[in-house]
Design a protein around this ligand. Structure first.
Ligand code: SF4
Length: 383
């Protein structure tokens, strides 16, 4: 672990307007204000419990994710932010992000989010094509998405991320390129591009593998979509600084970097994961257990899930996540953290086996553009 007194906070809000057809995140459809407020109060209680455990840590990034955090009222979000500031030391230049579904983003609410000190908004647009949005089961259409971006700008957000997805069944190259073009036109500071993963238990999985009413996008088309988008974004001045993330210079996400650069983060809320003090653990994913722990003033940790990764496991995490970054990993940093030579742990012949896919200059190891297409295979060699 990179030793520092700085940490990131992740706050999980597990509620959405409805369940999207591809989603296997820990989230439930709910817009009952009483339930949302009860959960907010539990989260605030957890913030107070955890803040006292890490009094000397300085928080330099906060990410309110979900789910759909923007489903919460402005009052609830303000109460969460007040609590974080009361129980943690928050750096005055902290990056503070909230995820937002376009169907929940009226201007007044976004303005009030901004007033709490939240300075970055991540809008789940996913596509600018209404037929694709409908198939995905999203709760918004493209007009809602335009309005959300406009409202975010009017509310004073100067650091906006737009999430887009590709590889959706029925999504053509033209639809995808149009979505990228539209995004570039709106000029958000950050764009995330995610390839659809069809996960078991989702409605998409059933539609593809059980009901056979649609087919999964081929790897060939998926990769073409990725490379087309990369070129278009780079031509427009965006830096593809991580496999799935592009930013205008200076707007790379600090929150994301915590995960890719082997830094500490504390996850609060239902099912949230943490990596702090050399230990990885997860909160309970069951709402009743989570609330019971909080009522008893206990940390809502899933005891069975506490994992003290072995040193070898941690090395794998360092390399696996670091290779996602355009800059790759510095093997000297690896050696400083783990106290062992990189090529005493990993077979040096991997560099030759993956020639053309991996680039190594003696210090920096990174994926080439070709390597990104088989990133899971290459990264798996280092786990
Ligand atoms: S809005 Fe996000 S978290 Fe909620 S169901 Fe859709 S994909 Fe899942």
């Amino acid at each position: 672990m990179t030793t520092t007194n700085r940490i990131g906070l992740y706050l999980h809000i597990p509620f959405c307007l409805r369940k999207c057809r591809y989603c296997d995140f820990l989230s439930f459809p709910c817009s009952d204000e009483n339930i949302l407020s009860e959960y907010t109060q539990a989260l605030i209680r957890e913030i107070s419990i955890k803040g006292s455990e890490w009094p000397y840590k300085v928080v330099d990034s906060i990410y309110i994710g979900g789910g759909t955090p923007s489903i919460l009222s402005a009052e609830n979000v303000a109460a969460i932010m007040d609590s974080v500031r009361e129980h943690f030391t928050v750096d005055e230049f902290a990056e503070i992000t909230i995820e937002c579904n376009p169907a929940t983003a009226n201007e007044e609410k976004l303005r009030r989010f901004r007033e709490t000190g939240i300075n970055r908004i991540s809008i789940g647009v996913q596509s600018w094509d209404n037929s694709v949005l409908k198939l995905m089961g999203r709760a918004h259409d493209k007009n809602d998405a335009f309005t959300a971006v406009r409202n975010a700008k009017k509310a004073g957000f100067e650091n906006i991320n737009i999430d887009l997805m590709f590889g959706i069944p029925g999504q053509t190259m033209k639809m995808w390129r149009d979505s990228i073009r539209q995004c570039i036109f709106l000029r958000p500071q950050h764009i995330s591009l995610y390839s659809l993963q069809v996960e078991e238990g989702t409605a998409f999985y059933k539609m593809i593998y059980e009901d056979n009413i649609m087919t999964e996008t081929s790897d060939f088309v998926d990769r073409r979509m990725y490379h087309d988008a990369s070129l278009m974004l780079e031509d427009a001045g965006y830096n593809l600084y991580e496999i799935s993330n592009a930013a205008l210079p200076g707007y790379e996400s600090r929150h994301n970097d915590k995960y890719w650069s082997y830094q500490e983060y504390l996850g609060l809320g239902l099912g949230a994961s943490s990596f702090i003090g050399g230990v990885r653990y997860k909160n309970c994913s069951d709402m009743i257990s989570y609330l019971d722990h909080i009522k008893a003033s206990e940390a809502p940790v899933d005891i069975e899930d506490i994992e003290k990764y072995s040193k070898r496991d941690e090395m794998g995490v360092f390399v696996f996540t670091g290779l996602r970054k355009k800059e790759g990993i510095n093997i000297r940093e690896f050696e400083n953290i783990f106290g062992v030579e990189f090529f005493k742990v990993y077979d040096p012949s991997l560099i030759n086996i993956y020639f053309g896919y991996l680039d190594f200059d003696g210090t920096i190891l990174k994926l080439t553009d070709k390597g990104k297409d088989i990133s899971s295979r290459v990264m798996a060699e280092f786990v």
